[in-house]
Design a protein around this ligand. Sequence first.
Ligand SMILES: Cc1cc2nc3c(=O)[nH]c(=O)nc-3n(C[C@H](O)[C@H](O)[C@H](O)COP(=O)(O)OP(=O)(O)OC[C@H]3O[C@@H](n4cnc5c(N)ncnc54)[C@H](O)[C@@H]3O)c2cc1C
Length: 338
Amino acid sequence: MKLSCDEPVTIRENEAAIIEAAFREGYVIPVMPQRNGKQVAVIGAGPAGLAAANQLNRKGYTVTLFDKAEAPGGLLRFGIPNFKLNKNIIDRRIQLLKAEGIRFEMNTTIDPTHLPEGFDAYCICTGAETPRDLLIPGRELKGIHFALEMLSQQNRIVEGQTFSKDKLVSAKGKKVLVIGGGDTGSDCIGTSIRQGAISVTQIEIMPQPPVGHNDATPWPQWPVVLKTTSSHEEGCTRRWSLTSNQFIGKNGKVTGVEVEQVEWTPSTDGGRPTMVPTGKKEIIEADIVLLAMGFLKPEQPEFPKNVFIAGDAATGASLVVRAMAGGRKIAAEIDKTI
Ligand SMILES: Cc1cc2nc3c(=O)[nH]c(=O)nc-3n(C[C@H](O)[C@H](O)[C@H](O)COP(=O)(O)OP(=O)(O)OC[C@H]3O[C@@H](n4cnc5c(N)ncnc54)[C@H](O)[C@@H]3O)c2cc1C
């Protein structure tokens, strides 16, 4: 097979194969650390909190992980769909962390401005939880949901939880419109298809990026190129350069969204391009609209010196690998400081 320089390398597959073999052959066993007598509280058991807790525990700190959810994992468990990440992978790691002595306090919401007493340091890993809203006319109509309302509920349904009809966010038998062309939007597509949607349309305000390679974003910049996920391949209509003007409804329920084509004028000073509405409007029909337009960067209060922040809570919404790297880095900083 001829490979071009744009072909992905298989680091993920190599690493996954190594750790799977290690678990299978019994190499991954609990490591019991020598305790150093110090206590750390980690708030938030997503990938950042778990990574920080793991590092600190191995250094001998007694670590307690607090999370408001019923189970640890953060967005790995209650965000990323099961078809992308099998939750057994999280459970297997949690069992190991528990066996190594990390304490898990679930169903416990911590107010970061009133942290529990008795710890030498605190690590805030509470993620970036506030979704970006679309405050246009008709926002109050029924049937308009933030992406995570559907995604986290679906994760819980797969685990056997049930929801009353009025709480259920389901695409079954519906025309679905996903607003936002990123990964969260893609997860909404795959989930809607699995739930039995009649049709799924995804719209994005930015123009369609080039396929394969983008001269404007050479390595090592993040490549702004068209990303087609397995969810897209499962069947959806994708459209670009569309802004949403208003939600349309009937009897209090959403029936569609008025969209308008936009053009993007590149800036002359290397800044952000300017959006220019063209006046070309249309209505996209929808019985359910999922808002997948990213998350706001959390604002953190000024904390005392023994309080540290990592993951999405520190950087704004990012990636699992960055959250884990942030958790590991902050653990080293805590170890140096206290
Ligand atoms: C739908 C979706 C799909 C994604 N898919 C991918 C992907 O495929 N690949 C990828 O790399 N990244 C993906 N991401 C991004 C990735 O999931 C996040 O960047 C990562 O989970 C951030 O980790 P974190 O530990 O900082 O925060 P989170 O995972 O958000 O965890 C924060 C935890 O803090 C808890 N918490 C919050 N406030 C409190 C409080 N006051 N008291 C106690 N607990 C609290 C929450 O319950 C949660 O468990 C996706 C994100 C979303 C939304």
